[in-house]
Design a protein around this ligand. Structure first.
Ligand code: SF4
Length: 88
């Protein structure tokens, strides 16, 4: 995050989301979790503009591809919630 020009925490959060999604018991809350984590992250940190500085600085060499995966799940979560709300 220190390397990010926007002070965004997307790479860290994306790595955490992906890790939890790998766990069998993590599937049940996959979409509610990603929505909660991204919404909280965006409340306290800057926005990601895909500079890739974080990836270069990351000692674990985590790829920014994980940010794209997180964003995909986030959009799916929003869509799922919208469908649920429409039904209720
Ligand atoms: S990709 Fe760029 S803007 Fe996004 S978190 Fe990494 S350094 Fe920040």
């Amino acid at each position: 995050m220190a390397a990010c020009p926007n002070s965004a925490a997307n790479l860290f959060t994306a790595a955490k989301v992906s890790h939890l999604n790998l766990l069998p018991q993590g599937q049940a809350e996959r979409y509610s979790r990603v929505e909660a984590m991204v919404d909280t992250m965006e409340e306290f940190f800057g926005s990601c503009t895909n500079h890739g500085e974080c990836q270069e600085a990351c000692p674990k060499e985590i790829s920014i591809d994980f940010i794209a995966l997180m964003n995909k799940d986030y959009l799916k979560a929003k869509f799922k919630n919208r469908k649920t709300l429409a039904r209720s």
